[in-house]
Design a protein around this ligand. Structure first.
Ligand SMILES: [Zn+2]
Ligand SMILES: [Zn+2]
Length: 256
């Protein structure tokens, strides 16, 4: 079955995505993919970027579409204390309907596997507990540069490196706070730092989270217009481990 949703999409305004990611073109492509609901979620790593988000909001207000289009934002974990890059005032100023977020670095220089797993796990639990964040994005994603030989993440060749009790605790925490965990297509299924062994075990990791009752937020995390097409591949991957549409998150399920 094709995916009905894509809840993590970037635009050209924040310069992380390329020029093909014009808001109108993104909406039209998602329509042609048959999606029912999407979220535009560009980066807000610091409050000075709020004016760019206002441009996205303006563009969205000028587009007529039968899809439900949420105006969202992706926030970052700022440091090892777990602080995130949005507060209540910025949420209100931006007018964001959906907030997705998570760590984007290991915070380590050396491959200290135990230290990295412990810190990353703690940061993800804090994101799930954060009152402003709705979805934990791409758990266990790290940039390609962190996988360099001798780099902090060289040991992360597959998800058996992560103890099962961490996954259990992550799922329990998501359930406790009514949060979703993301199934991110671009981060894991297209980037070269993740090989076949990793991908296979990662798909089972997502299945385990869903089996524990956590809703998955399905997403492409597109930075290029052609990447949006990957949303149906993500759904196929989820279906290959028995995950159904009923196990997907939508913003209507947001914790009150
Ligand atoms: Zn991200
Ligand atoms: Zn993103």
């Amino acid at each position: 079955m094709p995916s009905p949703y894509d809840f993590h999409i970037h635009t050209h305004y924040l310069k992380c995505a390329n020029e093909t990611m014009q808001v109108k073109d993104v909406v039209r492509r998602c329509e042609s993919l048959g999606l029912e609901a999407i979220a535009i979620t560009d980066h807000l790593n610091a409050p000075q970027f709020l004016p760019q988000h206002a441009l996205i909001k303006r563009d969205l207000s000028e587009i007529d579409t039968p899809m439900r289009v949420y105006f969202g934002v992706e926030v970052n974990v700022l440091d090892k204390t777990g602080r995130v890059s949005i507060d209540e005032e910025q949420l209100a100023e931006g007018g964001f309907e959906v907030v997705i977020g998570g760590p984007h670095t290991s915070y380590f220089k050396e491959p200290d596997k135990e230290g990295i797993i412990d810190l990353q796990h703690q940061l993800m639990l804090q994101v799930l507990a954060h009152p402003l964040v709705d979805v934990l994005v791409h758990p266990w994603w790290f940039s390609a540069s962190e996988f360099r030989p001798g780099g902090p993440m060289e040991w992360l060749t597959d998800m058996t490196q992560i103890p099962d009790w961490h996954t259990r605790e992550l799922a329990e925490t998501a359930l406790k706070y009514g949060k979703a965990i993301e199934a991110n297509y671009s981060a894991f299924y297209t980037e070269k730092q993740y090989g076949e062994a990793f991908r296979e075990t990662y798909t089972h990791y997502l299945a385990e989270i869903a089996r524990r009752g956590v809703k998955l937020s399905i997403a492409t995390d597109s930075h290029d217009i052609n990447r949006l097409d990957g949303i149906h591949k993500m759904m196929e991957i989820l279906e290959s481990v028995g995950i159904t549409r009923e196990q997907l998150w939508t913003p209507e399920m947001k914790a009150a």
